[in-house]
Design a binder for this molecule. Structure first.
Ligand SMILES: CC(C)=CCC/C(C)=C/CC/C(C)=C/CC/C(C)=C/COP(=O)(O)OP(=O)(O)O
Length: 427
């Protein structure tokens, strides 16, 4: 199935053949903008082009959760205000507001791109080797990185070469702090990675994987901020092992996962027939990243505790009559079950918000995104089925359940946006 999907939606390899890519990167050969442009136009003719809907620049407050009820009626969590009190009593801008500013920035970039791309505009020339053929190898290498990825990322990479470039970069950043070399990662290494990102965005890739990302960001309206923020999340993981409240946790989830949503949508594209505002679709993408990360955290409580980490809001633990000691002891008590029910409820609300946005995506992206959403959300059901023992049992979705989800997601992904859009629609 993956192979079929890959064949259907990824652009053909116009960049095929040729040698000396890395050498040329080192030598700093420059690809003439016009050549790259025409190469890309060819690609687009073959079906790579996404159309973008033109939403209002005003935030869709009904949907964003800012100034409105994100969590809906009956939620056990208060709607966050855009101002929160710091421990010192000063009022600070909430994480949600900070993140929403990035959403607005990304959405504005998409709109600018739309205005300027009747004839495709080329961003800064990428310092690439003379031989264009090897760009396809760079993308293929990214595809290999993605093959080693959690299923969600794989599905996304299958949708689009460009996603391979971005998700490939994500995976490398993630591995810096999560992978086998994690203990060697220093803040300086992350600073260097961030500097490298700046180079990638200015068209000066360092290696082959960078080159694919440079190419991707020169083609699609992708803002650098989510990439920088992801590195910030990795920095945070180096020093922070407790989260005082949901505001802090929300920011962490945005850094390490919401950013991926914001990076992906400019490449996947919004369906041409979508009536949703651009901001609302980006908000849904952000919500999916947050929902996935919250689910990840709820699934891995025991595993994280064994690494000395607690990614659960400390104030909510205290309200439930629980402490860090209870987590390290790993006892499933009634207090724990009540606490977990609320956390699961919150994660589901983010999934629900994300689900509305999936319908607005380009047709090729809807199936993999929806399938991954439904599958990841099922992890929450499995935590329940395990009677909330996420200390010693890892919740997972069985193969038959996974297989059953695919045709369901496929059928639903065929429904065009205009039949399903509601709260995301422009007014
Ligand atoms: C909904 C709309 C409009 C668009 C979709 C936008 C997208 C693609 C959002 C997805 C963002 C995403 C994939 C975030 C990553 C989240 C995450 C928790 C990854 C888990 O990584 P690992 O830790 O490797 O996972 P496992 O431990 O499960 O293998």
């Amino acid at each position: 199935m993956s192979v079929a999907l890959l064949w259907v939606v990824s652009p053909n390899s116009e960049f095929s053949n040729g040698t000396g890519f890395l050498d040329s990167v080192r030598e700093g050969n420059r690809v003439p903008g016009r050549d790259r442009n025409s190469m890309w136009k060819e690609r687009i003719k073959k079906g790579g082009r996404q159309r973008w809907n033109f939403g209002s620049l005003n935030a869709d407050l009904r949907y964003s959760g800012l100034g409105g009820s994100r969590t809906g009626n009956g939620s056990s969590f208060a709607v966050q205000s855009s101002l929160v009190a710091s421990p010192a009593g000063e009022m600070a801008v909430s994480s949600e507001k900070k993140v929403y500013d990035v959403v607005l920035k990304q959405a504005a970039l998409v709109k600018r791109h739309l205005r300027s791309t009747d004839d495709l505009e080329v961003k800064p020339d990428i310092v690439l080797p003379g031989n264009l053929g090897l760009l396809s190898e760079a993308y293929d290498r990214c595809g290999e990185v993605c093959a080693d990825l959690y299923k969600f990322g794989q599905a996304l990479c299958i949708v689009n070469y460009g996603i391979s470039g971005t998700v490939g970069a994500f995976k490398r950043t993630d591995e810096l702090v999560d992978g086998p070399n994690a203990s060697h990662i220093t803040p300086q290494a992350l600073d260097r990675w961030e500097a490298r990102l700046e180079d990638i965005f200015s068209g000066r890739p360092f290696d082959m994987l960078d080159a694919a990302l440079s190419d991707t960001v020169s083609r699609f309206p992708v803002d650098i901020q989510p990439f920088r923020d992801m590195v910030e999340g990795m920095r945070m993981d180096l020093w922070k092992s407790r989260y005082m409240n949901f505001d802090e946790l929300y920011l962490y989830c945005y850094y390490v996962a919401g950013t991926v949503g914001l990076m992906s949508v400019p490449i996947m594209g919004i369906a041409p027939e979508s009536k949703a505002t651009t901001e609302s679709v980006y908000n849904a993408a952000l919500a999916l990243g947050i929902a996935n990360q919250l689910t990840n955290i709820l699934r891995d409580v025991g595993e994280d505790a064994r690494r000395g980490r607690i990614y659960l809001p400390q104030d909510e633990l205290a309200q439930a009559g629980l402490s860090g000691e209870d987590i390290f002891a790993g006892r499933v008590t009634d207090k724990w079950r009540i606490f977990m029910k609320k956390q699961i409820q919150r994660a589901r609300k983010f999934f629900d918000q994300a689900e509305k946005g999936v319908a607005e995506l380009s047709s090729a992206s809807r199936w993999p995104v929806l399938a991954s959403l439904l599958l990841y959300r099922k992890i929450l059901d499995e935590i329940e089925a395990n009677d909330y023992n996420n200390f010693t049992r890892r919740a997972y979705v069985s193969k038959p359940k996974k297989l059953l989800t695919l045709p369901i997601a496929y059928a639903r992904s065929l429904v065009p946006p205009k039949l399903t859009s509601s709260s995301l629609t422009k007014t």
